[in-house]
Design a protein around this ligand. Structure first.
Ligand code: PA5
Length: 407
């Protein structure tokens, strides 16, 4: 179970606990929305699909020194988060493209991969995102130069099940094709092939991931809804900034995924919490001052893990460094003690804290946590009266950029 501890919130604001009827009504609202398909996604993804994803990933792993995951926003951030946190070290090196227009970035990427075997997973639900399509063109010409007629064996296209130009290309070329269901939006698509295929390329156990999400969907919605309600109480009481914090640097990109999820779902109609992220303890040395003593309009949502499964003993001292009290301790233990002390310091400084604890730092724990935050994000939006599943602002700038480029 995901455990939520709101004692560091109720010190500052009065939160209203939702009753069972309110929780059930929220659940139904999300599920019955035309874009609510992600909620059932962990149940809907069948063994044959998982098998096909794993087989394609195995093929790519066998034939590639590099795998270039090409996509933007929701078609990239979930995959990246899973790979960074849970990818196995003996996998091909995973590189990223398709979420920027930087000449420096694409040139460096090409320099890196040109003389090596590589494959490309290109994800775009709409099949129209400028950055993704431009990067893919470039990678495709290199694949053609390298592998000629066999280039499509190195390409997997993840897109919507309607005849977009990208899907047509994949069909004609004979590339691998995977589908993002129409009723699942980009930032909610981590349990579709957009998240699962790249993750499997890094040897992430996607079956365990889905098992965790199923467990959360079956048993955890009420906790996610109560967290959503507490977030809204904070917002209404003037806490307009939410800072996602983790003490696990390998989960740093969990923050990037979380920021997009909440930012794009909630930032609408002139309102919405401003989401930002920090990774501790590193960012205590950059943002710690602001959080401790800056404007009192922020609170922290802290993601912790009960069992990180990995520990490391503190080495014997090499010189009198003043840390002899830590001699018999371990890194995991010290990190846990530091978490508590930091939360207490920030509470004393006037920054509320919501603690979210996942059972394990592994596929199962991540599956649960991703579903938990998706549920709480959608629930928060419905409580505030905005639709979580549209992003007219994103569409507006995409259109303007394309117009300005004459495309
Ligand atoms: O969450 C969203 O809908 C967006 O962030 C999209 O994922 C992003 O703009 C990329 O779109 P697409 O997958 O159509 O290329």
């Amino acid at each position: 179970m995901i455990n939520i501890n709101l004692s560091g919130v109720v010190k500052f604001v009065k939160t209203s606990n939702l009753d069972t009827a309110e929780i059930n009504s929220l659940h139904t609202k999300i599920k019955s929305h035309s874009m609510g398909g992600w909620m059932e996604m962990p149940f809907d993804i069948h063994e044959e699909q998982i098998d096909r994803i794993n087989k394609t990933a195995d093929r790519f792993r066998g034939q590639s020194e590099y795998i270039v995951v090409t996509g933007a926003g929701g078609s990239s951030l979930g995959a990246r988060m899973l790979i960074d946190a849970l990818g196995k070290p003996d996998s091909p090196v995973i590189l990223y493209a398709g979420d920027n227009l930087s000449a420096i970035r694409i040139s460096r990427l090409l320099q890196k991969i040109s003389n090596h075997d590589f494959s490309v997973v290109v994800s775009s639900k709409s099949g129209t995102t400028l950055e993704t399509l431009l990067a893919f063109r470039t990678l495709y010409s290199l694949l053609q130069k390298k592998y000629g007629d066999r280039a499509p064996e190195h390409i997997a296209v993840v897109t919507e099940d309607r005849r977009t130009a990208l899907r047509n290309f994949a069909l004609e070329a004979g590339a691998y094709i995977f589908t993002i269901p129409e009723n699942v939006g980009g930032r909610y698509s981590v349990f579709t092939p957009a998240g699962l295929l790249p993750a499997a390329c890094a040897d992430v156990d996607i079956t365990r991931l889905i098992t965790g999400a199923v467990k959360q969907e079956k048993t955890g919605f009420a906790a996610a809804a109560q967290f959503a309600s507490a977030r809204n109480s904070l917002y209404n009481a003037g806490y307009k900034k939410e800072i996602f914090a983790t003490f696990e640097p390998d989960a740093e990109n969990f923050g990037a995924w979380w920021r997009q999820l909440f930012g794009e779902s909630e930032g609408k109609e002139g309102g919405g919490l401003f989401p930002s992220t920090v990774t501790y303890t590193g960012d205590l040395h950059s943002m710690g001052q602001y959080i401790q003593e800056g404007p009192r309009d922020l609170y922290e949502t802290i993601l912790m893990f009960d069992d990180v499964k990995t520990d490391y003993p503190v080495a014997p001292s090499v010189f009198p460094d003043g840390l002899s009290a830590l001699e018999s301790r371990s890194f995991a233990e010290i990190n846990r003690l530091a978490q508590r002390a930091v939360i207490e310091a920030h509470l004393a400084g006037g920054a509320p804290a919501a603690e979210i604890t996942a059972p394990t730092f592994d596929e199962y724990g991540f599956g649960m946590t991703l579903q938990f935050f998706s549920q709480s994000c959608a629930a928060s939006c419905f409580l505030r009266g905005v639709d979580p599943f549209y992003q007219p602002g994103v569409e507006a700038y995409k259109k303007r950029v394309k117009q300005s480029l004459g495309t």
